[in-house]
Ligand binder design. Structure first.
Ligand SMILES: Nc1ncnc2c1ncn2[C@@H]1O[C@H](COP(=O)(O)OP(=O)(O)OP(=O)(O)O)[C@@H](O)[C@H]1O
Ligand SMILES: [Mg+2]
Length: 220
């Protein structure tokens, strides 16, 4: 569950990146986020993932009040969510398999649990043959799929994905969207930012639109 009420985010400048955002996404819902470049999509996701704080208003995610959370609670909160960053943020000194395994290591899973689950996840994103390679030598789409595997490996209650198919060809994009729909069907709340309007139309899901920091459309 994600609940924004009267949320504002202002960066120094000042840049009013989010203005009075009210948005409610139920548990297990699948929602697209669209809007022009600079509209505030990544900002909205930075708020949900607690990578940055709202300036005012209230934000609840998975039962956590992010406007009142203490710094010591943040790591526990992060274990409940999965994030695919627009710029991937893979660790370049770790292999694909080690990057994907990170959320399970943080949680303290055993070596054999990790090995099994990583293999399963790499299979689902079509990357088993790349498991021992380092991110730097991967294609953009392979890095993106590694990031998606890492975001899903711990079966988070909430997945936010910032343009998860931005670097993929049409066929792979469809495969990844199928994967996200399956994850959603298993109970994960999925929130996906995209510039791909054709994909939004085809998938026939709820779509929220943001423009200049203001939520202006919500189609179910
Ligand atoms: N740390 C920051 N400091 C100042 N301004 C920022 C900061 N981060 C984002 N902004 C500004 O906030 C606005 C929203 O940016 P954001 O990255 O959320 O857009 P976006 O919708 O994700 O765009 P894109 O589709 O290009 O990824 C932009 O005007 C951006 O310049
Ligand atoms: Mg963005």
């Amino acid at each position: 569950m994600i609940e924004f009420s009267h949320v504002y985010k202002t960066y120094p400048g000042p840049v009013h990146a989010l203005k009075n955002v009210d948005l409610s996404i139920g548990k297990g819902e699948f929602v697209f986020l669209t809007g022009p470049s600079g509209a505030g999509k990544s900002t909205l996701f930075r708020m949900i993932s607690a990578f940055d704080l709202v300036t005012s208003g209230h934000l609840l995610v998975s039962g956590y009040d992010l406007t009142r959370m203490s710094a010591s609670e943040i790591p526990y909160f992060r274990r409940r969510i999965g994030v695919v960053f627009q710029d991937f943020r893979l660790l370049k000194n770790l292999t694909v398999a080690e990057n994907v395994a990170l959320p399970l290591r943080v949680r303290g899973d055993t070596e054999s649990q990790i090995r099994r689950r990583v293999a399963e996840m790499l299979e689902q994103v079509g990357l088993p043959h790349k498991q021992d390679q380092f991110p730097e030598i991967l294609s953009g789409g392979e890095q993106q799929r590694t990031a998606i595997a890492r975001a899903l490996i711990h079966q988070p209650g909430v997945l936010i994905a910032d343009e998860p198919t931005g670097n993929l060809d049409p066929e792979l994009s469809e495969e990844i969207m199928d994967l996200l729909e399956r994850v959603c069907a298993q109970g994960t709340t999925v929130f996906v930012a995209t510039h791909d309007h054709e994909m939004v139309k085809r998938r026939n899901k709820r779509a929220v639109r943001i423009r200049a920091g203001i939520l202006e459309g919500d189609c179910r």
